[in-house]
Ligand binder design. Structure first.
Ligand SMILES: [Zn+2]
Length: 323
């Protein structure tokens, strides 16, 4: 039985990217005007930790690269990007550490590793750490564990008085939480489509292309500073959860409960294209007037997600004595 499911994983996952895009801008909008200590200056400190995780050392950077991270617009047209000032007197503000390093887990540190027995099946170790699937009684991937891991690393750093790494590890935790709010990071597709994809190669391709395409959609909205999307994040009121487990459950449910709606909208507008390719931002701008429902679903996800993250940040930063 497990073999069957791993085969589904293989057919659906091996080509996927693993990012719910625009992490830096999403994080910037979440924290800059919200955290009471967002502008507090933090002294940059060297990395001095023993970790339980292995990383791809070729891509893992442990020096500070605030001030040299945001270089160009990821879209072909002009886009909105957060500021990225150079450190002053060896210090950087809280918001900038969270913004810059929320992208870090996607920059190669999790690629090319041997992480699990599913490694050879999905063909990319990054996916193991950035996604989480539950199919029947089986669990695949470690997206939730990645979040817990970096929250714990952050807690340890703050406990020993290392604020810089406390925020840098927290930024990585935010990355994984953002990933888990993305519908296709929680399942290959809707339940029946996933079953069908077992025997239907074209369906497997459509689901794979839908994943890539929807990753791009949020980036498209945020980089062009869509007022509805930006307002949904900036005005989100913090919502508390009892513990990290409940936070994860709520965040994952936001993704899972919307996968059918996203699938339906993408296929209604781009059904034929999705059989062959991944959508680009020009597909979205060309059909702007048909995207109301997809945009509504997406804004609903990011609005509720932003409330949950803000509730978590306030609780956590109080716990470690930062606010
Ligand atoms: Zn990721």
């Amino acid at each position: 039985m497990r073999k069957v499911f791993t085969l589904v994983m293989f057919s659906l996952c091996w080509l996927l990217t693993f990012s719910w895009s625009a992490h830096e801008l999403f994080t910037y909008l979440l924290v800059k005007d919200f955290l009471p200590n967002a502008d507090k200056l933090i002294r940059i400190t060297p990395y001095d930790y023993t970790e339980k995780r292995v990383y791809n050392r070729e891509f893992l950077r442990l020096d500070d690269y605030c001030g040299e991270f945001i270089t160009s617009c990821p879209l072909t047209s002009t886009c909105y990007l957060p500021p990225d000032p150079k450190p002053v007197d060896g210090k950087v503000p809280v918001w900038q550490i969270l913004m810059v390093y929320s992208v870090e887990p996607d920059l190669g540190m999790d690629e090319g590793l041997q992480l699990s027995s599913l490694q050879s099946i999905i063909g990319n170790s990054q996916g193991v750490r950035h996604m989480k699937y539950n199919i029947a009684i089986f669990e695949f991937f470690e997206g939730t564990q990645s979040f817990y891991y970096f929250v714990e690393m952050s807690r340890q750093a703050f406990m020993k008085g290392d604020e810089y790494w406390g925020y840098r590890f927290l930024a990585r935790a935010l990355h994984h939480l953002q990933d888990l709010s993305m519908p296709y990071h929680n399942a290959p597709g809707g339940f029946f489509d996933t079953l069908r994809a077992l025997t239907d190669k074209q369906m497997a391709q459509v689901l794979s292309n839908s994943h890539y395409s929807y990753d791009e959609y949020l980036a498209y909205l945020l980089y062009q500073y869509d007022q509805d999307a930006v307002t949904a994040i900036k005005q989100a009121q913090p919502v508390n959860t009892r513990h990290l487990r409940q936070l994860i459950q709520k965040v994952r449910w936001l993704g899972l409960s919307n996968i059918d709606g996203v699938d339906r909208q993408l296929r209604k507008i781009y059904g034929e294209s999705l059989k062959e390719r991944i959508l680009t931002t020009s597909d979205y701008s060309a059909h702007e007037d048909e995207l109301d429902e997809l945009k509504g679903i997406t804004i609903n996800i990011i609005s509720k997600f932003s409330s949950l993250v803000r509730g978590f940040l306030i609780d956590f930063l109080k716990e470690v004595g930062q606010i």
